[in-house]
Structures are given as C-alpha cells and as structure tokens.
Write a protein that binds this ligand. Structure first.
Ligand code: GCW
Length: 712
C-alpha cells in the first residue's frame, strides 16, 4: 500500500474521517490514520462498492443477512451482486439465504417468488409500478425490522437491488426507506457503433468489446460486466453494431455469435438489438432488389426475422439508418421512410419486435439548409408508421454539437412514437481527451419547452408520452465503450454513460444529483472532495462550449471532429464543411435562420419560433445559430459581437486551466493512478483550449479586422 504521509499531514485535519474511504483501508474509519487511497484502474466503473465512510456503521445494522427469493438466472445475478457489493461496502461477508428472515434481513423478491413479499399485501402498490419498477421499503415483518425490495418481475427486483446499493454506495441512510420507482421511458438502449472488424466508429476507448473471432464458444468476462453496468442504471437493451451496418451481421454465423451474447445478457435484462442494413436482401440474400414494396423482399425480411427469433426469442428489434450518409434505404427505390420502416415492422410484429428508424437524414434536395431537412421529411410522414415503429431523433437538428437547440421533431411529430438519441461518446466534445460532463447538456435539452401543446410541453414530457400518447417511448445513447481498461478512455467519460442511464430511467432528474451520485460511487464519499468534483463537472460543458463554439457557433471542425478548423471549406458535401455554417465574412458571422432568412425558426411552435426569431429574445447562447450579425452588433453585455466572442474564448480557456488547477488540489484525495491519468488528459485539454481560442480568433480576425481586446 502506498502511503503518502506528507499529504496525510497536509489534509489530515480537514479530511481525517473520510480519507480512509476505500476498499484498501479496514473498517475502523474515523479513528484510523488517513491514507492515500490505493490505485485503481477504473475498470469497475461506478460499481466499486468502496466503503462509504461513517455511514457503513449504521448500514451494517440494516444489512445483517440477505434473502433473494427466486430461482431464475436473474435472481442468481442479484444474489451475486449483493454478495459482492455488501462484502466491500460493509467490509464483511453477509450471509445469504441461509436462515429465516430476521431483524436486519434484506428481502428481495416478487409476489410470485417470495412468500414474504406475497404476505405483505402490497398488491395495489405493485400494480402501479409495471414490469420494471420496484418498491424499496423499510418494513416490520412479524415484529422484526427488515428492508424489502419488491417488484412484479425479477428484473424489477434487480433494479430495486441496485437502487438500494446505490443508497449504500453514496452513504445515504437506509433505515427509513419508502421508495417507489418505475422508469419513465421504455426503450433505454445503448447504441454501440461497433464494426465487425473490431474498430468502433467514433469510439475513443480502444477496440470493440465484442470478440467476433471467439464467439460463440468463448465468452469474455467483460460481457457480464458490461451488462452489470447497464443494468445498474436501468439500461435495458443494446444495439451492438454500427448504424452504418455491415449486412454480414444478419448472416447465420454472426447471428449465432449474437445469440451467445444475448444469452449472457438475458439475466441482466439487457435485450439484444441489431442495426440492419436496408439492402441486406440484396447484399446478403442475393435478391435483385431491396424495394420495400416488393413481395420477395418482404418475404426475405420475414424469414430473417423468424430465423433471428429462433435463436434469440426476446430479440428487441432493428435499428436502421437509411438514406443517410451513403447508406441504402427505401428512397433508393423511390419509396418513403415510412414504407421502409413498415416493411421491417411487419416482419418483426409477429414476434413483438420493434423497428427503430433514425431521423438522421439530410438529403440535399429537401432544402438548402441541412438542419431543416429531417423535419421536412418526417413531418409529412407523421401517422404513417406502424405501431411498432419508433422514430429515433438526435437531440439537435444538426449532429451532436456542443450546443444546439432541441430538434423540432420533438413535438413536431404527433402521431408517431418518437425516441431521443444522445451521444455519450463525446464525438464533438473533446472525445476521450477533454473532461466534459454531459448531464447538464442533456437536461438543458430535456427541459426545453417545445410548446407543442402549450407551455410545459418539455422534451421530457414529449418523450414520456405526456404530450401526445405514444406507444413506444425511449432515450438511447451512442456510448461506445471499448477495450480500454476503464471502458471509456477518460475516467470522467464514464459519468456520461452513467448519466445517460439515470436520465433514461428518469429524464426529470437533475444533472447535479446525477453528478454527485456518480462521484460518490466512482471516486469518494468525502463531502468536500465530492463538492469540488461535482462543481468541476457541472461547469465543464459550458467551459467546452466557451473555448470551442460559443454564442451558437457550430460545426467548426474538420473530419476528425476534434480540432478547430473554422476555415474548413473542403469536403465531399458542403454541409460537412465549417464555412457553410459560420459564414464568416467582413460583413459578419452566423447563419440567418429567421423568418427573414431561411425560416428554419418556423419549424418550432410559437412562441418558441418567435423567441428564436427575434434577436432581442433569442438566447444569446444560440445567437449565431439563428442569426447573422455584424461584427459590431451590440450584445447584451454591451460589448460588440467581436469583443464578446473574444471574451468567450478567453474565459473558456481560463476555465479549462482552472479545471486543471482544481484537479491538482485533489491530489491525495483520489488514488494517484486515476488522479494522474485525469491530470494527463487535463494537460491536453488546457493546451487544446488555448489552440481553439487562438486559431479561431486568428481566423475570424481576418474578417472582423479588429484586434483581440485586452482581457481584464
Ligand atoms: O455524428 C455523425 C458521425 C458519423 C455517424 C453519423 C450518424 C455512424 O460523424 O460517424 O455515423 O453521425 O449518426 O449516423
């Protein structure tokens, strides 16, 4: 054990009790000398189950034995998780299922599997929580105080057990629990953009987790850990291959491999989904067409669906990227997206499978402005999709930019199930090199009021089917974990996987609550340290926006989607360049999407449309998204636009440097390995932020013809 005594002396007084936190120190906590936490590699994500400090003492009184009633594989997994977790959370092995329930027993079960749960007569409460919800309650059974985790299904009980563990992990009291939860959304899916050759599109954490050469016979232990991580935050499915789909994934040999993975994940409730290439009947099946209205094509998909369900009876369905960025689709045959989606939907319907059809389309013939195209294509198809189709819409109308307004299809589609796609992999947000917590970005999106049915029609409410009835609801994330030991490349990128799961379960949660939970579970329960890290996370996205694309600027990158390239005017398509979006010239900068411009604002309901349209009411953080302004346009701060822009870049770079200093101050409070690894990346981030500032301002300065003002 590495003990840094100097650091102990320095921080000992302030943090004595909680510095002991960690699996490496024994249970005495407060009276033992604080030591530097032992190194960790991040593999365990937020499931480290480190002792939570003082709270462990009181927890121990309520977790004396554990009883998981039921014989299914899910119940076995719950038992394993509780055994593993409590051993380190409490520092001692807790007996499992070997005695009659007594004081301090944690009972987990369903009315079907557990006589104890059945006898509690909670049927009315249980009826209200559906298939995936749970109740966690402190109850007297006989006269003994116990904790009961009850649900209608074993999976619900698993989610309840994870919730209970989260309370312990975050040092919360567990003596008077009265918790009832059910997920707000149905489809809570990972979208993994893994290719069959082991690479990952927009993956920044090593090669693919799926070992195609070894499957189906050899099963990596990481498959279970992936499923545990997903289940722990309520994620109930995964699309495991790139939406730019290789048709081979549907070939019989690959389906057997996929089925082996699905078998591993079944106990954890992680359902298997696949991205399907729309031209599979041709590319794989040897047909001469993939026309959705052709009977042989429909028969091919039906037979393929039957084959899949033979191997994977609970297969979730297909995700399809069609007629987008070179992918085939129904438009190739002069049919509509609805024709294409319905073709697959009819093949899956007999098996209760769903089609998830992406709205990430931007055919140039639809409109000169890329951000208007998906809305135009899909609103005219509203109501024409089968009930088992959901349209999957990215959070914003362009492409996962650091800041975009919400996509107008949220609220814009009234008779179609709409689910949202967000991106944890940070493609445009510093990838795995910059510390950027996306919880704040996603709650900004989820809280946006579409006004589809008057005020309060927030994106969350739309997604939850509270604005228009929706047969399918959901939130999915392009997360792209890889074989890097810590799964996500940057330790803090793990927080985005975590935040996605928590928000998919409950889109009304606050970003701060999630950041705090994650920090406590991932790093430490030391209150002061938690507060510092939480603060770092909460400001990190705005910091990134400030030093990359403030005031509504967007897409100022080249093909790597990482480094600044505002001058980029060379790409196979104009809408892949940067100059198409920033339109910088001596006259000014920005994209006029107002009613006097290309009228993109009209895709939003009033009063949102008018709010964006009027430069006086348009939030300045979206100014240049909606408006084209002269360099001397007077911003709300009183500064002219050029000066305000310069100030943003300087503030952003200074904020990045401050993040680095703050992290330095935590040396000794975080294990040194993870501390160093984060510090190494912060050094890159600070250098990059200065690069962004200097290169962007040098380029725009050639148009504004003004000097960078002195910064106070
Ligand atoms: O964000 C962009 C990415 C592409 C991706 C595409 C999509 C899978 O740059 O790599 O392709 O979006 O979402 O389909």
């Amino acid at each position: 054990m590495k003990i840094n005594r100097r650091k102990f002396v320095a921080v000992g007084l302030a943090g004595a009790a909680s510095l002991c936190v960690g699996r490496y120190t024994s249970r005495g906590m407060a009276d033992e000398p604080p030591v530097q936490p032992l190194d960790e590699d991040g593999y365990k994500l937020w499931l480290r189950y480190a002792p939570p400090g003082d709270a462990a003492k009181s927890h121990a009184r309520f977790v004396r034995q554990i009883r998981v009633d039921g014989t299914s594989a899910t119940c076995a997994a719950i038992r394993d998780e509780l055994r593993l977790a409590t051993a380190t959370l409490l520092g001692t092995a807790i007996p499992l299922n070997d005695a009659a329930p007594a004081a301090g027993t944690v009972v987990v079960g369903t009315p079907e599997t557990s006589p104890l749960v059945r006898n509690l007569n909670w049927s009315a409460d249980l009826r209200a929580i559906g298939n995936e919800g749970f109740i966690v309650r402190s109850a007297r059974v006989g006269r003994q105080p116990m904790t009961v985790v009850a649900a209608n299904t074993d999976l619900g009980a698993f989610y309840g057990a994870f919730h209970f563990l989260r309370l312990m992990q975050t040092g919360r009291p567990i003596d008077k629990l009265e918790i009832t939860e059910r997920p707000a959304l149905q489809l809570r899916l990972m979208n993994d953009w893994d290719n069959l050759d082991g690479t990952i599109e927009r993956g920044y954490a090593g090669r693919s987790l799926w070992q195609w050469n070894e499957l189906p016979d050899k099963l990596s232990p990481r498959y279970v850990d992936y499923a545990r991580a997903c289940a722990s935050i309520g994620i109930n499915g995964a699309v495991i291959n790139n939406v730019n789909a290789n048709p081979q994934i549907l070939a019989p040999d690959y389906l057997r491999k996929v089925a082996a993975l699905a078998n591993v994940w079944r106990p954890y409730g992680v359902r298997m989904y696949l991205s399907a290439n729309f031209a599979s009947p041709v590319l794989l099946g040897g047909l001469s067409t993939a026309d959705p209205l052709d009977k042989t094509v429909a028969d091919w998909w039906k037979a393929k669906a039957d084959e899949i369900y033979q191997l994977i009876p609970d297969f979730g369905g297909f995700l399809v990227k069609a007629n987008s960025e070179g992918q085939p689709g129904p438009k190739t045959y002069a049919r509509t997206h609805a024709d294409g989606a319905n073709l697959l939907a009819d093949a899956l319907a007999p098996h209760n499978g769903n089609v998830i059809w992406r709205a990430f389309v931007y055919d140039q013939d639809i409109d000169p402005d890329r951000v208007k195209r998906a809305y135009l294509e899909f609103t005219r198809l509203d109501g024409r999709f089968r009930p088992n189709v959901a349209v999957q819409v990215k959070n914003g109308p362009l492409d996962f930019q650091p800041r975009e307004p919400f996509h107008p299809l949220f609220g814009g589609l009234k008779q179609t199930s709409v689910i949202a796609e967000i991106q944890a992999t940070q493609e445009y947000l510093g990838q795995a090199k910059h510390l950027v917590y996306l919880g704040t970005m996603w709650t900004e999106f989820l809280d946006s009021d579409t006004h589809a049915m008057g005020g309060g029609s927030t994106v969350s409410n739309v997604l939850a089917g509270q604005v228009y009835p929706s047969r399918l609801t959901g939130l999915v994330s392009v997360t792209n974990p890889g074989l890097d030991t810590n799964w996500c490349g940057h330790h803090f990128s793990q927080s985005n996987w975590f935040a996605f799961g928590r928000l998919a379960w409950n889109p009304f949660l606050s970003a701060g609550t999630i950041a705090e939970e994650w920090t406590r579970m991932t790093f430490t329960n030391h209150d002061e340290t938690v507060a510092v890290i939480r603060e770092m996370m909460m400001g990190s996205r705005e910091t990134f926006v400030n030093y990359t694309m403030p005031l509504g600027l967007h897409h100022m990158i080249g093909g790597d989607h990482y480094a600044p390239q505002p001058w980029n005017n060379q790409a196979p398509e104009a809408d892949w360049t940067a100059t198409y979006y920033n339109q910088a010239s001596v006259e000014g900068i920005g994209f006029d999407r107002t009613k006097n411009g290309d009228r993109a604002v009209e895709q939003y309901f009033p009063p949102v449309c008018d709010m964006f349209d009027d430069i006086a009411t348009c939030p300045e953080k979206l100014l240049l998204w909606f408006h084209r302004c002269a360099w001397d346009y007077r911003t709300k701060s009183g500064k002219i636009l050029w000066d305000a822009l310069c100030a943003k870049y300087y503030v952003g770079a200074a904020q990045a440097a401050a993040l680095q200093r703050t992290w330095q101050s935590l040396a000794g409070k975080i294990d040194s390995r993870r501390h160093q690894e984060v510090a190494d990346r912060l050094a890159i981030q600070v250098a990059d932020s200065a690069k962004w500032r200097d290169q962007i301002l040098a380029y725009f300065g050639t148009f504004s013809k003004r000097p960078v003002p002195a910064m106070s």
